[in-house]
Design a protein around this ligand. Structure first.
Ligand code: SF4
Ligand code: SF4
Length: 490
């Protein structure tokens, strides 16, 4: 059957390449997916705002201390030498995004992206200060009255306070947050801290308060390349054209085209829009879409899902909740707009296991194992031995030969380490002076070390020496090879 393609006329913008975007006023919605998003907002923002305040063995539990080049995550301390683990973590994050996109579409965009999460909160504040959708539209269109001024001022005040708190919390991941709080109380922020608090706060305010869907549409690179990860079995939010068309208003008593809808209580969706009641003579032959526009009104990006899969759709599922509420009111089965796949829409079964998901899963599994192995086998102590650059050797008055070194010890643990330096092989060398070293928790020690051969006449040229550094309780043992120099044979 040939279907009419809906056309919308675009106003001629003359020679300008810029077309102003109409403001989107997403309508409030309740439903299964709205509650899921609410839970995601609470969990993710809860973690963001609370984690910097958690303590672990006397220090901040999660702190990315850039000046000291140390990252603290609970009981673990990551040093620059652990950089490959950070790289591994970033690759895991990238592959996870590929894997979950191939499996479940834009799950990240709809529920977990910071832009979505903060926009949701800024929208709550907007609704709280300015009212529901119709009131907000009226308020924006109306003259500047005292009430409008007060409502707008209240919204701006709360937005700015939340944005400032967000900027402060963000910086609290990089600077001890208790110190930052003290500095905030006395208005004595350092220059960089002040810059990042303002920058991140301003970015939150601008992106979540004003840019909103424009960030997803025009700025987000993920939105551009995610289609490369899609196939016909990827989960998408879609309108069931076969069931919904031809769309049109009708009386509530007209049965669904599926003719199997159980009548659901109309109060299940108190917020659903009213359905117009045209004479029933017009109703026969219609699909299940009652043309109520609820799915369009709730869409945070302002699109109509009935026009098919669009790059602007962030898969938030608000339109599913809205349409389900309408279907409930009509007594039609839910799912006219639903999570589905292109194959399922075409009547074919969904394949979750397919080559691309298997490949992503295999790479992800391998990387996770490598990361876990890397974290589990991190060296708690780094030992570096630098030979004295000024003199290869010294001849002592007693006929012996000495070589000088600098021992660099990095204690990556959270405990003071009492270390002992020994010579591993049977070489007739010994350490001149004390061989015991104490290195404070998380500190680097540079210690001079002298190796001496008492019988210098036996030594000629270059010799390999293996040093062993071990902790008092033998829980740490690190071997390091170096060289011992003596005069060349004459
Ligand atoms: S079309 Fe539906 S799923 Fe897509 S962004 Fe709009 S409301 Fe969300
Ligand atoms: S909410 Fe459902 S019934 Fe209403 S216009 Fe959208 S698709 Fe049609």
């Amino acid at each position: 059957m040939n279907k009419p393609i809906p056309l919308s006329l675009v106003r001629d913008a003359g020679d300008s390449l810029y077309a102003a975007q109409p403001k989107v006023y997403p309508r409030e919605i309740d439903g299964r997916f709205a509650r899921l998003r609410l839970a995601a907002v609470f969990v993710l923002l809860g973690l963001f705002y609370i984690v910097p305040w958690l303590r672990w063995e006397g220090r901040q539990a999660v702190l990315f201390d850039l000046p000291a080049r140390k990252f603290y995550v609970l009981g673990l301390t990551f040093w620059p030498q652990d950089f490959f683990l950070l790289t591994c973590l970033l690759v895991i994050a990238g592959i996870s995004l590929f894997f979950f996109t191939a499996l479940a579409g834009r799950l990240w965009c709809g529920y977990a992206c910071p832009q979505t999460v903060w926009t949701e909160v800024f929208l709550w504040i907007e609704r709280w200060c300015e009212g529901r959708r119709n009131l907000r539209i009226k308020l924006d269109a109306g003259l500047w009255t005292r009430e409008k001024l007060l409502r707008k001022a209240a919204k701006q005040f709360i937005w700015i306070a939340l944005a400032a708190w967000t900027g402060f919390t963000f910086v609290g991941f990089f600077t001890p947050i208790t110190d930052l709080a003290r500095e905030a109380a006395t208005l004595s922020f350092g220059g960089w801290e002040a810059f990042w608090v303002v920058f991140y706060g301003f970015a939150t305010y601008g992106n979540a308060g004003f840019m909103r869907e424009q960030v997803c549409k025009y700025m987000c690179p993920y939105a551009r390349f995610q289609s490369a990860m899609f196939d016909r079995d990827t989960l998408i939010v879609s309108y069931d054209v076969a069931r919904g068309e031809p769309r049109g208003a009708r009386k509530r008593s007209v049965p669904s085209v599926l003719a199997r809808g159980t009548a659901r209580a109309a109060d299940a969706a108190a917020d659903a829009p009213s359905v117009s009641t045209l004479p029933s003579a017009l109703s026969p032959g219609l699909g299940d879409c009652v043309q109520c526009e609820a799915c369009v009104q709730v869409c945070p990006t302002g699109i109509d899902i009935r026009n098919g899969l669009q790059i602007d759709c962030i898969a938030c599922a608000s339109c599913i909740d809205a349409c389900d509420a309408v279907m409930d009111k009509m007594g039609y089965p839910r799912g006219l707009v639903r999570y589905t796949t292109e194959n399922m829409l075409a009547g074919r079964p969904r394949r979750i296991v397919r080559p691309r998901t298997l490949i992503y899963a295999a790479i992800l599994g391998a990387l996770l194992l490598a990361f876990a192995w890397g974290v589990g086998h991190r060296q708690p102590l780094i030992v570096d031995v630098l030979h004295d650059r000024n003199a290869l050797y010294r001849e002592t008055s007693g006929g012996g030969i000495e070589n000088g070194y600098t021992l660099k010890l990095v204690n990556k643990t959270d405990r003071v380490q009492h270390l002992q330096v020994e010579i591993e092989d049977d070489a007739p060398l010994h350490i001149a002076g004390a061989s015991g070293i104490v290195v404070e928790a998380g500190q680097v020690a540079n210690v001079p070390l002298t190796l001496r051969a008492d019988d210098g006449a036996r030594w000629r040229g270059k010799h390999h020496v293996e040093l062993v550094v071990r902790s008092a309780d033998d829980s740490i043992r690190v071997e390091h090879k170096t060289q011992f120099f003596a005069p060349e044979a004459k």
